[in-house]
Design a protein around this ligand. Sequence first.
Ligand code: G3P
Length: 217
Amino acid sequence: MKFFIDTANLDQIREAQDLGILDGVTTNPSLMAKEGISGTQAIMQHYKTICEIADGDISAEVLSTTYEEMIKEGDELAAIHPNIVVKIPMIKDGIKALKYFSDKGIKTNCTLIFSAGQALLAAKAGANYVSPFLGRLDDISVDGMNLIEEIRMIYDNYYFSTEILAASIRSPMHIINCAKVGADVITSPLSSILSLLRHPLTDSGLAQFVADAKKLS
Ligand code: G3P
């Protein structure tokens, strides 16, 4: 299972990279805006910096929504660094853009996936990743994990190589449940990844070991 970090914050990307378990980064326009990045040059430079900090696939989302604009923008994003994955929204023109990039050998991530049908279409169009948004489904009382399980079944039935990139992760339990049902990748805030570390018995056990270690010297 791959671990991506879902942020445009450079300090958090550095911290996750330093942990040694990071396989990639995902961003979106909201995450870029949160970091105060604006203007084409600043956005391009920010992606370049992320690629220099982190190894693995770096998703960079197009800001436009028409086929012609998305392929122009995606080509420019892909030229920044070989690790850039062009992130395309799940809309009709997006399907065409996924096919265009797939035919060109440029990696893609189809975002804003909320149904199995959308995931099927994205896979047919050659997307390398699909991003089902777990937390946002949970927010409207729809079980996001069911969607991951449905997509897993469909992709396995037909040996689609598209990877399921579980997104909108809000808790460590989301990560564990994604691992149980076979999501290929999770993209998560750093806080949820670090929460996987914690257990009170680990803390109390270590405190005891440290105390006893002093008796040994
Ligand atoms: O990767 C998608 C993610 O950034 C959306 O997360 O928490 O805004 O639903 P959230």
